[in-house]
Write a protein that binds this ligand. Structure first.
Ligand SMILES: Cc1cc2nc3c(=O)[nH]c(=O)nc-3n(C[C@H](O)[C@H](O)[C@H](O)COP(=O)(O)OP(=O)(O)OC[C@H]3O[C@@H](n4cnc5c(N)ncnc54)[C@H](O)[C@@H]3O)c2cc1C
Length: 330
């Protein structure tokens, strides 16, 4: 289709790290990725909509968990601050039931501005790749009619859920999601199980998580679920949204993995690589992982520790763990 045709194509996205109180390597990786993503996005015109994302406590255990995360020796000083319910309410300008974690380094982002800036100057060919055929030390990319699209020295499969059909050995699973947006009101960026993000011209909220589904036709039922999610955490905002103008909506498919970690690295065949399985955090992790992958391909030093790179490598999955969903490409 086109850049932004999949999960990266919503009017606003959160750039937030996976919060992990137990796994130091994964927590560190996300802290590093957030810092890199933030530096790169801030250098682009119009990409950053807002800085600082408030993560609200959802369950009683989040109180101790967020305390532990805020105290982790991973974040820039003052980047993670605990707020009580009154401070959260003051920040959001409306009543909330729980305290939270203020992530000052996290962002609300305008994906279209990033795609536009980063694709400027790239040679582009928009076509659906059906088959990859080894060709000398490189690859031939063919369409559904078997016609040659392009020959390449090296191929990186970075096609979101579409990667599943091209690399059926990866245990990717689809999680369809719908988000909705309105032109008025707006809010500072906030997440709980759902999220509400300023778009610059209003507010985007959501999102649904429909495991195993690949259908991208938005439904009123999913919009209703998104409103229930919003109302559960921010009832005053939900009431404003209900009386606001028309709700716009979009659905796409996330590519997820069994361990909820991305897939980045060589696929075990000469000059074939993948960067996928980004789940719900691609805008945080993909810039750092893209640099890691470029370093691997060019045989240059990577910004990732070897142990982190190994945790994300395609080869971490046991042989035969392939993809039962691969036939149902989005
Ligand atoms: C409702 C919803 C909200 C989300 N919100 C956020 C958020 O706030 N923050 C966040 O970080 N992430 C969010 N995500 C997750 C987002 O999908 C990922 O983080 C990330 O953006 C995925 O990027 P990607 O490039 O891997 O895949 P995609 O953005 O899905 O892009 C895949 C591209 O590959 C193309 N393609 C597929 N198959 C082929 C093929 N065979 N040949 C050629 N091209 C092909 C597609 O046309 C598309 O352009 C959200 C997802 C959903 C569904």
């Amino acid at each position: 289709e086109r850049p932004g045709a999949g999960g990266s194509g919503f009017p606003a996205a959160l750039v937030t790290p996976r919060l992990d109180a137990g796994d130091a390597l994964i927590a560190g990786l996300h802290a590093q990725a957030l810092e890199r993503a933030r530096d790169l996005y801030r250098a682009l015109p119009d990409a950053v909509i807002a800085e600082g994302v408030l993560q609200l406590e959802q369950a009683p255990r989040d109180t101790a968990r967020f305390d532990k995360i805020a105290a982790q020796d991973l974040w820039p000083y003052d980047a993670m601050t605990r707020l009580d319910a009154a401070a959260c309410a003051e920040h959001l300008g409306q009543a909330v039931q729980s305290g939270g974690l203020m992530m000052r380094g996290a962002l609300a982002l305008r994906p279209s501005a990033v795609l536009e800036a980063w694709l400027a100057g790239a040679e582009r060919l928009s076509a659906a790749v059906e088959t990859l055929q080894p060709e000398g030390e490189g690859w031939a990319l063919l369409d559904a009619d078997g016609a040659l699209l392009i020959e390449a020295d090296a191929v990186v499969l970075a096609a979101g859920w579409g990667t599943a059909a091209l690399a059926p050995d990866l245990p990717l699973a689809p999680v369809a999601g719908q988000a909705d947006w309105v032109e008025d009101p707006t809010t500072p960026p906030v997440a709980w199980g759902g999220y509400a993000v300023p778009t610059g011209e209003g507010l985007l909220f959501g999102a649904t998580h429909d495991r195993g589904q690949v259908d991208t036709l938005p439904t009123e039922e999913a919009s209703a679920r998104n409103l229930v999610t919003l109302s559960a955490a921010l009832p005053a905002l939900a009431a404003q949204v209900e009386t606001a103008g028309p709700v716009r909506t979009r659905k796409a498919v996330r590519a997820t993995t069994p361990d909820r970690l991305p897939v980045v690295g060589a696929l075990g065949r000469l000059n074939l690589y993948a960067l996928t399985g980004l789940g719900s955090r691609g805008f945080c992790v993909a810039p750092l992982l893209g640099e890691h992958l470029a370093a691997c391909i060019l045989n240059q030093p990577s910004p990732l520790q070897n142990t982190a790179a190994d945790r994300l490598a395609p080869g971490r999955f046991p042989p035969g763990s392939g993809n039962p969903h691969a036939a149902s490409r989005a």
